[in-house]
Write a protein that binds this ligand. Structure first.
Ligand SMILES: [Zn+2]
Length: 683
């Protein structure tokens, strides 16, 4: 199945015409056409307007919107409108409203006011999704289905009785019997032995720390429960409109939902990303999200939402200075997006997001924002041939949600300072700076094609996962506090890294978490550098457990601690092609440089600091995230698609500007500018 019916790169945004009188709509679509908008996301929060009373539909206004869009060359990413139930549903059935961990039922008046397990809610969403599919399935504007919106943004979990019953059914499925559950959860601890499933509750607010195994299953359950909601709607859409692709907009690297599982249930991955303009490193953080989105289905994805300038939900909402909106949009494309879309088209007049920027700002067509919108639309058209082109990476970062959930369980860990996103970024940052392309992979994912695999943290590691890493023929890097527990969050006996001990040739004698403000120095690449957050007392031994000396028996010591409590102890080791770090050095670049060189991994391009280089097919993206001009020496000549100029040798890229080169020497070029994801010709 294709991505959408639209060729080239997607450009547009969320469009909420129901917030405006109809005479404004004509101006909207005229300006959309002027800006080159080719897709609009509609009806995301329209349930109460589309179904004002139970089973009574008012589609007239949306019919007119869909017709207007189509008449102006704009395709619809049509929402099923189920993101927020209407007032009549929650008043008639208060049990639809979610309940928090203290037992408080949250009231209507915001959004996502639903219990994911509520049969009343689920039945109502499926009924609306069917009505939408039957109404608009044949509409020529319909290009993609957009189920719900930003799942888990506000409502990830509900602790009501209905959710408790659902959780028990899920647990019975997973553990088979209550004895199975007792064994998995280790309920002999603190006298929690259950004799029936109906004694088991969600991890509601309790007098002290909750059983971490119960919490882990709850995290799994909550991701699955929302996924069921998604799948119920998707089944209806597939039945009525099998040819229309289905997505739901993800929220970058989100803790609450296992996006590997979710991506497998949709036809195309889309993401909402809001890098903070005030954070000078936000383009690095967001690049990791984009690489994850591309990796989830190993195909191009859609940036479905970003801000044209400021958002409305931070403490201080910094605007994007000139050039940043364009640069960040091009960055998404550089990382595999086949579209750069926005929340939202026209800036709202009321509501919590009235100060959230938009493609068409309050100031109208005279504003800086509107000029930027016109310019970006033109730029994305110039890049049409990039749509559908692939990204090749030889380095993969391992990210698994089960392990993440276990790692960040509150109140029972050696340290709450080990945060997975930070551990990922500790490796991703230097890779990004070095211009090395990176994919993400799930535990047990396909590793063919990769030369280097980095597991920044694999707290939870099963025997099967250890065998998966052992079978990888390339270079492996494993970060600290890995191989600690099994899939039930039970500690591997004999010490960490548990099933990875034979592969890595080390055993953790004792964890050595570092309180904030303290460091454990180590000597790395000839310098003494601090490890922050975490260290370990390591024993170097072979698989049989015999302690060995430096560079002996296969396990080499790459770095030792110098000073501090762990003075002289082993910090970083290597056995064969497998490197283990028992700490998190302030900068992992020296380790990375050596591994990349040994694996023969080359950067996409050699670029100065602050410049990002990525490649899609025959296209080289060079993005200058600094405010100053930079010089880049091109290894290959090419044509800059943004300016049409032929470039070679040393070039200058102005501050917050970009070059997208179609490389001249890359063999046969695409003549077909249509995305391979396209399932119909040009609209
Ligand atoms: Zn509930």
């Amino acid at each position: 199945m294709g991505l959408t019916r639209v060729s080239g790169l997607l450009f547009g945004g969320d469009y909420n015409p129901e917030q405006w009188p109809e005479h404004v709509w004509d101006e909207d679509v005229r300006l959309m056409a002027e800006a080159g908008v080719n897709m609009a996301t509609v009806a995301v929060f329209s349930w109460s307007r589309l179904e004002p009373r139970p089973g009574e539909y008012d589609f007239g206004w949306l019919d007119r919107v869909m017709d207007l869009l189509h008449a102006n060359g704009v395709a619809a990413d049509l929402a099923t409108a189920t993101a927020t139930p209407p007032p009549w549903l929650v008043r008639e059935h208060p049990q639809v409203l979610p309940v928090d961990a203290t037992g408080t039922r949250l009231d209507f008046g915001s959004r996502q006011s639903y219990c994911p397990s509520s049969p009343v809610f689920r039945t109502a969403t499926v009924r609306l999704a069917r009505a939408m599919a039957e109404r608009y399935g044949d509409h020529p504007a319909l290009a993609m289905w957009h189920i719900s919106n930003e799942y888990a943004d506000h409502t990830l979990e509900c602790f009501c009785e209905e959710s408790a019953r659902h959780f028990r059914r899920w647990l019975r499925e997973r553990h088979g019997s209550v004895d199975g559950l007792n064994a998995a959860w280790g309920t002999s601890c603190w006298g929690q032995h259950y004799t029936a499933f109906d004694q088991v509750n969600p991890p509601r607010k309790a007098p002290g720390p909750v059983n971490p195994a119960q919490l882990l299953d709850w995290r799994r359950f909550c991701s699955d429960a929302l996924l069921e909601c998604f799948e119920l709607e998707r089944e209806v859409l597939r039945e009525v409109t099998p040819e229309i692709p289905v997505t739901t907009n993800f929220m970058s690297v989100l803790h609450g939902l296992d996006y590997w599982k979710w991506a497998g249930a949709e036809d195309v991955v889309s993401d909402d990303a809001y890098p903070d303009p005030a954070d000078p490193t936000s383009h690095v953080t967001v690049a990791l999200s984009y690489d994850l989105m591309r990796s989830l289905r190993r195909q191009p994805w859609i940036l479905l939402e970003q801000a044209a300038s400021a958002v409305s939900w931070r403490e201080v909402n910094a605007p994007k200075p000139p050039g940043m909106m364009r640069l960040h949009s091009l960055q998404a494309v550089a990382h595999g997006a086949d579209g750069a879309m926005f929340f939202q088209w026209r800036q709202a007049k009321y509501g919590p997001e009235k100060f959230h920027s938009a493609l068409l700002p309050h100031g109208g067509v005279a504003s800086r924002g509107w000029r930027d919108t016109l310019a970006l639309g033109a730029d994305l058209k110039r890049l049409a041939e990039v749509a559908g082109t692939p990204t090749t990476a030889h380095v993969a970062l391992v990210l698994g949600w089960d392990s993440w959930w276990g790692l960040e369980a509150p109140e029972s860990m050696p340290s709450n300072r080990l945060r997975l996103k930070e551990l990922l970024q500790a490796w991703y940052g230097p890779l990004h700076a070095a211009g090395v392309a990176v994919d993400l992979v799930p535990p047990l994912g396909d590793l063919s094609g990769y030369r280097v695999v980095i597991a920044p943290n694999l707290y939870m590691c099963t025997g099967e996962q250890a065998a998966w890493l052992e079978a990888f023929p390339g270079h492996l890097v494993v970060g600290p506090f890995s191989g600690v527990v099994d899939s039930d969050d039970q500690v591997h006996e004999g010490g960490a890294p548990g099933p990875l001990r034979a592969l890595l040739g080390v055993t953790v004698d004792e964890f050595w978490p570092l309180p904030e403000g303290t460091v454990q120095p180590l000597r790395l690449a000839g310098r003494v550098v601090p490890a922050r957050t975490w260290a370990e007392w390591l024993r170097v031994e072979d698989a049989s457990g015999d302690t060995l000396g430096d560079a002996f028996g296969g396990t080499e010591v790459l770095a030792r601690y110098e000073g501090g409590d762990l003075d002289g102890q082993v910090a970083i080791t290597r056995r064969g092609k497998a490197v283990y770090l028992g700490c998190l050095p302030e900068d992992v670049t020296p380790v990375l440089t050596e591994v990349l060189a040994a694996a023969g991994v080359e950067p996409v391009a050699v670029v100065p600091e602050g410049v990002e280089a990525t490649r899609r097919g025959d296209h080289l993206f060079l993005l200058n995230h600094t405010t100053d001009p930079v010089k880049v020496d091109l290894a290959e000549p090419g044509t800059d698609l943004l300016t049409g100029r032929d470039l070679a040798g040393p070039i200058e890229i102005p501050g917050r500007d970009a070059v997208v080169l179609r490389l001249a020497n890359s063999g046969a070029r695409r003549t077909d500018t249509e995305s391979p994801l396209t399932n119909e010709g040009e609209r």
